[in-house]
Design a protein around this ligand. Structure first.
Ligand code: 3PG
Length: 327
């Protein structure tokens, strides 16, 4: 075999794991910065419907510039594709606005603690909406998650019902987003898919922002913010928060293209650990001991749930391949 040319691996094949790690790092990094700037904006400009709209608007403007220079090239869209992406975008918009209502109402760490329940909502939807049988062991492994979040909520110093309920609604919306995303699997690359989803979500978010916050913004909302921080800082904060929002979501979507959905879901919970930690440090939030312990139990519970789920999926895969070999 001496003279045979060795199969050459491309750079991306050779360093695939390293590149995937880089995606995770970038996703977390952008998300932590997004969460910090976002909360700083809410501290002087408490208008989450409008700010959510700005996040999407900056993202869409960025996508249009990228398409204009061909990086990436715009994928063609047609009515069928649009019909597939619309439910995903509707859930994306609702989950996004509701997360932001919660961010504006309570401590960032608390919103993310509630959002750590997302795998629980996914499991519930899988069983009760899609009719998949979830084994009892998997349900039991979610008990610490629910207990931990409840413990954390009971003594959360920034607790209020608006913050709690809106974060719960965002969990439901994002669970439906993942159900519809699976149905909307297309050949389009993830960056283009996310660009189209952002455009539809932007259009959806305009009416509620105008109706719910428009009058207050015109009366004093904008004027108050400008009086507090100045026009230049106000505009630059809104621009940067929108850029970080778009980029972290785009990288999250690109990461999903590289790893299994379960790995991505676990990665998303780990992301919340970082955000919770950094936000507590940056904002100097006080958290009670019970809230700290509850948050830790919830996150350990999610890790346990993910391990059990990965195990079950591995067994299913083995059984399927054994059945295929036998046939
Ligand atoms: C949003 O603004 O949509 C929220 O930040 C979503 O949070 P997540 O991406 O961490 O679920």
């Amino acid at each position: 075999a001496e003279g045979l040319p060795k199969p050459t691996k491309s750079f991306s094949e050779k360093y695939s794991a390293l590149i995937t790690g880089g995606f995770f790092f970038l996703w977390y990094f952008l998300n932590v910065i997004f969460n910090i700037i976002n909360k700083k904006v809410y501290n002087y400009f408490p208008y989450p419907f409008f700010v959510s709209l700005v996040h999407l608007l900056v993202g869409v403007a960025y996508c249009l510039v990228c398409w204009a220079i061909g990086l990436p090239k715009r994928a063609p869209i047609n009515k069928d594709l649009l019909l597939l992406l619309t439910p995903v975008a509707l859930c994306h918009a609702l989950g996004h606005v509701m997360s932001n209502v919660s961010f504006a109402a309570v401590a960032v760490s608390f919103t993310h603690t509630i959002k750590a329940l997302e795998p629980f909502f996914n499991a519930a939807a899988s069983q009760f909406v899609l009719g998949h049988q979830i084994p009892l062991s998997l349900w039991l492994s979610l008990a610490p998650v629910v207990i931990g979040v409840s413990m954390a909520s009971l003594t959360e110093l920034s607790f209020n019902w608006t913050g709690f309920v809106s974060a719960m609604i965002s969990n439901i919306a994002f669970t439906y987003r993942s159900i519809y995303s699976k149905k909307a699997m297309t050949d389009m690359d993830s960056t283009n898919v996310y660009a189209y989803i952002s455009i539809i979500a932007l259009l959806v978010c305009i009416p509620p922002a105008v109706i719910i916050e428009g009058p207050k913004l015109m009366q004093h909302g904008f004027a108050d913010a400008i009086a507090k921080v100045g026009l230049q800082k106000f505009i630059s904060d809104l621009f940067w928060v929108g850029m970080f929002y778009h980029l972290y979501n785009q990288i999250a979507t690109n990461t999903l293209e590289r790893v299994a959905p379960l790995t991505h879901a676990v990665g998303n919970v780990l992301k919340r650990v970082f955000v919770i930690g950094f936000s507590i440090v940056v904002f100097g939030n006080k958290i009670s001991t019970q809230t700290g312990i509850g948050t830790a139990i919830a996150i350990a519970g999610v890790a346990m749930y993910s391990l059990i789920k990965a195990n079950i999926e591995e067994q299913k895969r083995k059984a399927a391949s054994a059945a295929a070999t036998a046939a």
